[in-house]
Design a protein around this ligand. Sequence first.
Ligand code: SF4
Length: 263
Amino acid sequence: MSEGYDPVQLGRAVYEKVCKIIDGVEYRRYYRFRGGKWYGGIATGDVVGCNLRCKFCWSWSRGSYRTDTGQFYSPDEALKKILTIALERGYRYIRLSGAEPTLSKLHLLQMLDKLESMNVKIKFILETNGIEIGLDDDFARKLCKYSRLIVRVSIKGTSPETFHKITGAKKEYFQIQLKALEKLIEYGMKPGEQVYPAVMLSFSTDDEIENFLDMLRNIHPALAENIDPEYVILYPHVVELLKRNALKPRIAYTPDNIPQFMI
Ligand code: SF4
């Protein structure tokens, strides 16, 4: 096995702290509910706890690296808070963000079940690093039954080596992220519409990016045509984390200069 931590083991340890099941309902820690400009307007529940430790993570100090913050919410309670924000502000999208929503699979599925049964014109964007989906056939199949769900798999880097460099995790898990895209397409999601890749490009060379595009084309050509490029945003707490890890992005943006294509 290669160097680095194992995201599955980390995810299990984090799960114990940020999730709990009471009477068949899975509760998850959330640190914030908010509206915002992303996706043209979206209501967000920011969950606590992640199975990766990305060295550029924007939410490391408040959510992703944490297990001890926020409060537990049931899927119904969290959905109600998120939908209230969306409906008050006229948004068409809602999401879970801030850390890794798929650590609490039952919570997520119970939330999607509830949304599916409601008469609202809202789409749910699942922002995920894809590892739990890539490793779990049954979970991937279940996600594919929801008509309102869009899955945005956020790939960390463009090669196993870059993945390891920027997350510190074992490089094998890079391919598991790609597996998530593959499985969701295999089980029925439309590539480029219901499932698409976001990719952290700040640390990759042009050649690496070209190779990566070929990897996506091998899964489905529509994936390479529908990438959401991600670059590091130099919030002060992100700069601190990058320094701590002696990591330098090739391309990054300041918070007052975020390009339109990232919003
Ligand atoms: S996967 Fe996302 S939330 Fe988790 S550490 Fe990486 S950037 Fe942060």
